[in-house]
Design a protein around this ligand. Structure first.
Ligand code: NAD
Ligand code: AHE
Ligand code: ZN
Length: 370
């Protein structure tokens, strides 16, 4: 079939909207009509050539929602007409990791996914005879995409696509990091670095679980107002006070250090600040931000010897098919606010504007509606 898609032909060039060719689903796969997709900073990072797994040409996008239109042989868990969220972290429920229940990082198709291919080692997308690669197993910047059955979460049909798509990455990543990765307890002092599409979800989840102080750190003061609306109690403008003063300021504000901190910037210097602002003896820092290829984190080992814990979180630690539908319920039950974080919606033809708005610090989330 033909489908409209935004193609990333090469790094640092605008996406190009074209009619591309899409092969139908093979055994264990489903054809999904993407109704809406968010644009996450990770899409921008890959488009900028910063992702060591970035492949061109490809169809980016990993934050979608849509409808199953066709299923391949042997598919049993979904059927045409089901509403789904594509999962870049699938849940096969049979691999060592899924069975361990210790992590959400299902390994069953990770190798081919990282090469921009379906589990059988081929791509379903092409343009004028040239292979186009899949991205994070999703490629939601296409009106239709093919996904492995284990990589779609079936969700309720009354959830609006233009909001539910954000649960495909940003909402689940931020909320899940607080609830599942960190396990933030009521009364905790929390510090959040980067008040964007992820950080604001960390803030709303910290408020939801009853955190005491929720300190937000950003270099863009325009983020302050919305962060306060989502539960931030204190704001630190890192650009104003200077990077070298950030840790001292946060230790002072939290009365000795954060119980939990979260990096939602992808900047490795900020990751260090996030660890070092944690309370001696127990403070835990969660790396959510994705750093550029070749970057490394560092700190004095003494920071860990004295009890601080450094950990990371992918997709908020959420088990895709099990947990994502729950987050949709929380949204529909008004326990979490998604509407106010979606600052811009646009047709596919305007998708490059979403990247500009993100880089200019003018959007929280942009959503393309097909
Ligand atoms: P965003 O662009 O919406 O927000 C980033 C924010 O960080 C902005 O408000 C920006 O002003 C702020 N910032 C930049 N430099 C800073 C600094 N030095 N100090 C403080 N704040 C600073 O991006 P997003 O969509 O929220 O994504 C945030 C990060 O999370 C990205 O690295 C993205 O790739 C990553 N991410 C990771 C996962 C995961 O599963 N681990 C999932 C989604 C996104
Ligand atoms: N491909 C990069 C790493 C990118 C990365 O860490 N991705 C996150 C999700 S970001 C969503 O916006 C993730 O889930 N990672 C786990 C995984 O298995 O990819 C690199 O460094 O090679
Ligand atoms: Zn993302």
């Amino acid at each position: 079939m033909k489908t409209r898609a935004a193609i990333a032909f090469e790094p640092n060039k605008p996406l190009v909207i074209e009619e591309v060719d899409l092969e139908g689903p093979k055994a264990g796969e489903v054809l999904v009509e993407i109704m809406a997709t968010g644009i996450c900073h990770t899409d921008a990072y890959t488009l900028e050539g910063k992702d060591s797994e970035g492949i061109f040409p490809s169809i980016l996008g990993h934050e979608g929602a849509g409808v199953v239109r066709e299923v391949g042989a042997g598919v049993t868990s979904v059927e045409p007409g089901d509403h789904v969220i594509p999962l870049y972290t699938p849940e096969c429920r049979t691999c060592k990791t899924c069975l361990s229940q210790k992590s959400n990082l299902c390994t069953s198709i990770r190798a081919t996914q990282g090469k921009g291919l379906m589990p059988d080692g081929t791509s379903r997308f092409s343009f004028k005879g040239q292979t186009l690669h899949h991205y994070m197993g999703c490629s939601t910047f296409s009106n239709f995409t093919v996904m492995p059955e284990i990589a779609v979460a079936k969700i309720r049909k009354d959830a609006p696509f233009d909001k539910a798509c954000y649960i495909g990455c940003g909402v689940t990543t931020g909320v899940g990091a607080v609830i599942w990765t960190a396990g933030v307890e009521p009364g905790s002092n929390v510090v959040v670095f980067g008040l964007g599409g992820i950080g604001l979800n960390v803030i709303q989840a910290a408020a939801l679980v009853g955190a005491d102080k929720i300190v937000g750190v950003d270099i863009n003061p325009a983020k302050r107002e919305i962060a306060e609306k989502f539960g931030m109690t204190d704001f630190v403008n890192a650009a104003e006070i200077g990077a070298s003063n950030v840790v001292d300021k946060l230790v002072e504000l939290t009365g000795g250090g954060a119980d939990y901190s979260f990096d939602c910037t992808g900047n490795t210097d900020v990751m260090r600040q996030a660890l070092e602002c944690c309370h001696r003896g127990w403070g835990t820092s969660v790396v959510i931000g994705v750093a550029e290829a070749g970057k490394e984190i560092s700190t004095r080992p003494f920071q860990l010897v004295t009890g601080r814990v450094w950990k990371g979180s992918a997709f908020g630690g959420a088990r895709g098919r099990t947990d994502t539908p729950k987050i949709v319920d929380w949204y529909m039950d008004k326990k979490i606010n998604i509407d106010d974080l979606i600052t811009h919606t646009m047709p596919l033809e305007k998708i490059n504007d979403a990247f500009d708005l993100m880089h200019e610090g003018k959007s929280i989330r942009s959503v393309v509606v097909f």
